[in-house]
Design a protein around this ligand. Sequence first.
Ligand code: ACO
Length: 279
Amino acid sequence: MSDSKPVPGGNEVLVEFDEGIAWVYINRPDKRNAMSVGLAHEMNAVLDALEMDDRARVIVLSGKGDAFSAGMDLKDFFRATDDVSDIERHRAYRANRAWQWRTLMHYAKPTIAMVNGWCFGGAFTPLICCDLAITDEAATFGLSEINWGIIPGGVVSKALSTLMGDREALYYVMTGEKFDGRRAKELGLVNESVPAAKLRERTRELALVLAEKNPTVLRQARMAYKYARYMDWETSAEYLTAKADQTTFVDSEKGREKGMTQFLDEKTFKPGLGNYKRD
Ligand code: ACO
């Protein structure tokens, strides 16, 4: 139905569709995919469009060339907003926050960050706010802010604290020392660290696993996890019970009913071993 839709982006963001996966690339390879104000506006438009595009069941975020992203663009984001009106600055920061954090964290479709090279500073925010992440084991990560006289701002420090232990996060915040993809895996920043030659294929495999799931239940499960982690146990129990009921209510595919019937009555599948048969 949406195959005739134009492909979103085309400038600082490139999108390729394949097998239900939208491969979304930051496209400033000459600038190591440093993130500009223009990129923020374009990425917001792209993510907004992909949410309603049937060609995209899963989003993979990566970078063209040899970088995931060298962080915020010192020239085209920071310097560019130093001497503008405070309203213009506010709008640039809001646009940047929108895609890097709010949109990705609450996105309607599953997201995977594929870290293909340099990943510095502000790039940690979209990395962490994607649901899952896979990296090239030789990729280089760094909280380089301290090296040039700023703090890990935006929302980087907060994002780090959701995935990393305090000792490790503070070590890298305070030293600015870089680390590789293997270490990123040890730190819990990514799910997997693989050789460069396997990065795309492993990401594709994982994306296809997600693309096969009931999309409504997958969305509800991701959201439930993200909200429940900030609640106490009592509130979580109430929230998750209500969320589970809501999931059954909004799931037009009737996954729960199908799964139960196929397991208990028809004995055609085992939930522990794979997905129920979807129509
Ligand atoms: N902001 C602005 N321009 C950048 C950035 C950036 N974050 N990163 C790279 N570039 C530009 C360079 O200025 C250069 O531009 P030019 O060709 O017009 O001179 C071009 O991208 C290529 O960069 P090089 O430094 O030549 O590339 P190299 O491969 O040698 O090094 C590296 C790559 C290590 C990533 C280096 O560019 C670098 O240290 N970048 C900054 C990383 C950083 O600290 N980012 C900010 C984090 S803090 C934050 O995000 C809030």
